[in-house]
Design a protein around this ligand. Structure first.
Ligand SMILES: NC(=O)c1ccc[n+]([C@@H]2O[C@H](COP(=O)([O-])OP(=O)(O)OC[C@H]3O[C@@H](n4cnc5c(N)ncnc54)[C@H](O)[C@@H]3O)[C@@H](O)[C@H]2O)c1
Length: 367
């Protein structure tokens, strides 16, 4: 089955933040689409990670290093056609504890990637992954790409600053040099292989991971902000958005643009509903309970992705329920077989999930 119009076939792609959740799935999806992947991350992949579960260490060229290191980036970009920049301190609560580190990685790191692209003879395409948290709260209204980037807090501000730098590099250097770039602002991702629970991250974890972690141990998940809504979207849908974006950067109305990517449920989903569905899918009769409230940037998050639909032909292939089913299946498989199988134990299972998602995408007739 041709994917993304064959754009990635034979292309050499650099993924920053490849040891992370999205980076590891993106590397797999790029391999499936016929690309060659070079991956950069500051940490060596953890044993409990999708990177290790998928055995990516043997399938891509992995380099451990800091995304702010310009000469390293220049070396890595030799002969590279495209760059997906994902490396970041990606947890809001974690960023709040480490503001300077966050600004270095998220803002300066983005500037370093832009500079390396400016100096590169080969890189023509780049997609920069920021976040929907660059916007300011609009209550019940949906965020659109023309909304001002008036974020608060280290994570949102570091990403908003990165966006200003991206826009300036694009105008001043990259567009005049014929290089094409896009920005992806996604909602909250749900997908297997995320181990960022509150327990593992000093209280900064993701709610769906907290749920799965507790349920695996037969405990009741504690949900800290049950009434808050988030635009939870299946990870492979978001990655299909980023790949769709890169593959269409030669189009006038795509190059240099930012795109929101979110779920069918544009007004977001309550954390309580998310937790209830996960508990039901897990099926051991355990249900969630309210935990201590935690400081979160927005009560409501609603995301319009009309622009992505109109210009990229993108839309999410999975509903929330389908996304949760696929996600819960991943953790069950990992708990029952993948973890014991060790490095690479989830590779074939991950490929099957990617193929199922691709089939759903083709059934919808979207890009
Ligand atoms: N997961 C979500 O819900 C979500 C939503 C919107 C946007 N995003 C963005 O998507 C991207 C990926 O997020 P994720 O959920 O996979 O997070 P993640 O934490 O799993 O992955 C980020 C990776 O970047 C690496 N990294 C951090 N600082 C680095 C540095 N200085 N040099 C090199 N690597 C560095 C980390 O080690 C990590 O492996 C991030 O830019 C994040 O802000 C994530």
């Amino acid at each position: 089955m041709t994917m993304f119009g064959g754009f990635f076939e034979g292309k050499k792609i650099l993924v920053t933040g490849v040891a992370g959740v999205k980076g590891s799935w993106l590397a797999l999806a790029l391999l499936e689409a016929g690309g060659e992947v070079i991956g950069l991350d500051i940490k060596s992949p953890e044993a409990d990670s999708n990177f290790s579960a998928a055995g990516l260490g043997e399938k891509i060229s992995f380099v451990q290093g800091d995304v702010t290191d310009l000469s390293l980036l220049q070396n890595l970009m030799r002969g590279v056609d495209g760059v997906f920049h994902l490396a970041a301190l990606a947890l809001v609560g974690d960023a709040r504890q480490r503001p300077l580190e966050t600004y270095c990685a998220n803002t300066l790191g983005t500037a370093a990637v832009l500079e390396a692209i400016r100096l590169s003879d080969s890189v023509k395409y780049a997609v920069f992954v920021t976040t929907d948290k660059v916007y300011k709260s609009k209550g019940d209204e949906v965020w659109v790409e023309t909304d001002p980037l008036v974020a608060t807090g280290p994570y949102p501000v570091s990403k908003a600053c990165a966006e200003y730098i991206i826009a300036d590099y694009y105008r001043s250097y990259l567009r005049p040099a014929g290089k094409r770039i896009g920005v992806g602002r996604a909602g909250n991702v749900i997908i297997g292989g995320d181990f960022n629970s509150s327990r593992r991250t000093g209280g900064a974890g993701r709610i769906f991971v907290d749920c799965v972690e507790a349920l695996m141990e037969g405990l009741a998940p504690e949900i800290f902000t049950p009434k808050f809504t988030r635009p939870y979207t299946y990870g492979l849908d978001i990655l299909a958005g980023y790949m769709s974006l890169m593959s269409q950067l030669d189009c006038e109305d795509v190059d240099g643009e930012a795109f929101n990517f979110g779920p069918h449920e544009q007004y977001g989903i309550e954390n309580a509903l998310l937790a209830s569905e996960i508990c039901e899918l897990w099926g051991n009769g355990v249900t969630w309970q309210s935990g201590t409230p935690r400081d979160e940037p927005f009560e409501k998050q609603s995301l319009s992705w009309e622009k992505a639909r109109e210009r990229l032909g993108w839309q999410p292939a999975y509903t929330l329920s389908e996304a949760l089913r696929a996600t819960v299946r991943w953790y069950r498989e990992w708990a029952e077989r993948g973890k014991a199988a060790g490095e690479g134990g989830m590779y074939e299972f991950n490929r099957a999930l990617i193929a199922e998602h691709l089939a759903a995408v083709h059934e919808l007739g979207v890009a």
